[in-house]
Design a protein around this ligand. Structure first.
Ligand SMILES: [Zn+2]
Length: 341
C-alpha cells in the first residue's frame, strides 16, 4: 500500500477571488508563491495565542515560527492576547491547516486561525508559512507536478481523508492563475511543498517532504514582495496631494529602505497612483484609514520598470508604500503622483 501524504488545507476566503489585480511580472526571478493581497505590512509584530496544546507542542510551534522570523522582517509575540493576530489550536482530529496571511483578520476572535493536529517534521513551519502569506507550492501556476488526476482523486477519497472530488480538486489539483500570486517558478525544496508519491503523477516524478526552509523560501520571504529589510514600518507618511500640478520627487538612499506616502481621497471614485524614474520600484496601496489593509500592489504595470495602480476608492485616507525591487543595491530617485480620474 502506498504511503499517503498528510495534506494541509490553506483556507482561502471566497471574497478574495474579487480582489486580485493582474500585473506584469518577469519570469524566473522569484520563487515560492504568495496569493496577492494577503501579506501583513512589512515590519509587523504578529501576536500569537495558543488556544490549547501541551507545553511541548507549543514549544515546537514557537520554535518553527522562529525559522521565518529569523529571515523575514516580521516578529511573533507569543503573548496569548485575546485579540491575537494568529490563534493556534492543536486539535488532533482536525488535521493541519491555516488561513493565509491577513485573511486571519476576518476570523472571529474566539476561533482558531491555525490548527496543528500533527507536528511531523516541519509542519508547524509550513503552517506559519501560510499565516504569513504563503500558499502551497504544489499549486504554483508554474507547474512542476504532472498529476494523474484520477489516481489523486481515488487515493484522497480513502481513509483518513475521505475527500470528495471537489475537495481534492480545490486542495491539490487546482493551481493558482498567474495573476493571483506573487512569485514564479517551482521550488521542489520548498517547505510549502508536501510529499506526493510518484504513482500520483503521469510522469512518475513525485515530490519529497521538505522539513526545513529552502534557500528559495528564505530569499522569497525576505524579498521585495514580502518582508524585506529590518525595522518597524514608518509611522507617518509624506502627504501627497491628489491631482497636484507637479509630481512628488523622492529617493531611496539606502538599500532595503521603504518610503511611505499618504493621500486623502475627498470623493469616491477611480484613482491612479504611479511612479516614474529609472529604478525598479514596487508599490502597495493600503486603506482606507488603515496601514494594514492592503488594497492593491504593483511592480511593473507603469512605464519601464515603474509601478501603476488604478483602483476604485471610497473617500478616506490612504497609504502608499514604495520600495525598491532589489533589496541589495536598490537605491535611487523616483517621482510619485496620485490622480483622480
Ligand atoms: Zn499547507
Amino acid at each position: 500500500m502506498s504511503k499517503r501524504p498528510k495534506i494541509c488545507i490553506d483556507r482561502v476566503l471566497p471574497r478574495d477571488s474579487m480582489r486580485f489585480q493582474p500585473s506584469v511580472r518577469r519570469g524566473g526571478r522569484l520563487r515560492a508563491i504568495s496569493p496577492r493581497g494577503k501579506t501583513w505590512i512589512n515590519g509587523s509584530t504578529l501576536s500569537v495565542r495558543f488556544l490549547d496544546g501541551s507545553a511541548a507542542e507549543q514549544a515546537v510551534a514557537r520554535q518553527q515560527a522562529g525559522w521565518w522570523a529569523a529571515i523575514a522582517n516580521l516578529k511573533f509575540d507569543f503573548n496569548n492576547a485575546p485579540n491575537a493576530d494568529i490563534r493556534v489550536s492543536f486539535d488532533p482530529g482536525d488535521g493541519a491547516w491555516s488561513y493565509v496571511g491577513t485573511d486571519a483578520k476576518s476570523i472571529p476572535l474566539g476561533d482558531a486561525t491555525m490548527n496543528l493536529g500533527f507536528l511531523d517534521g516541519g509542519t508547524a513551519a509550513h503552517e506559519f508559512g501560510h499565516a504569513i502569506g504563503l500558499a502551497h507550492e504544489h499549486q504554483n501556476p508554474a507547474g512542476g507536478i504532472r498529476w494523474n488526476e484520477a489516481v489523486v482523486i481515488r487515493e484522497m477519497a480513502k481513509s483518513p481523508n475521505f475527500w470528495d472530488e471537489a475537495t481534492t480538486r480545490h486542495n491539490i489539483l487546482r493551481k493558482y492563475t498567474a495573476d493571483q500570486i506573487n512569485g514564479t517558478g517551482f521550488d521542489a525544496d520548498s517547505i510549502m511543498l508536501y510529499f506526493f508519491p510518484a504513482t500520483w503523477t503521469v510522469n512518475g516524478v513525485g515530490t519529497t517532504a521538505n522539513e526545513v526552509l529552502s534557500a528559495i523560501d528564505k530569499t522569497f520571504i525576505a524579498g521585495a514582495k514580502m518582508y524585506p529589510g529590518v525595522g518597524s514600518p514608518p509611522t507617518s507618511g509624506t502627504a501627497l496631494k491628489v491631482n497636484a500640478a507637479r509630481r512628488t520627487e523622492a529617493s531611496i538612499g539606502k538599500a532595503g529602505e521603504e518610503d511611505l506616502f499618504s493621500f486623502a481621497a475627498s470623493k469616491d471614485g477611480r484613482y491612479v497612483i504611479d511612479t516614474a524614474g529609472p529604478t525598479d520600484v514596487v508599490v502597495k496601496l493600503f486603506g482606507p484609514g488603515s496601514r494594514t489593509s492592503l488594497i492593491a500592489e504593483d511592480d511593473d504595470s507603469g512605464q519601464g520598470l515603474n509601478a501603476r495602480i488604478a483602483a476604485d476608492l471610497v473617500a478616506g485616507e490612504y497609504f502608499v508604500q514604495v520600495r525598491h525591487y532589489n533589496k541589495r543595491g536598490g537605491t535611487g530617485k523616483y517621482s510619485i503622483a496620485v490622480r483622480k480620474l
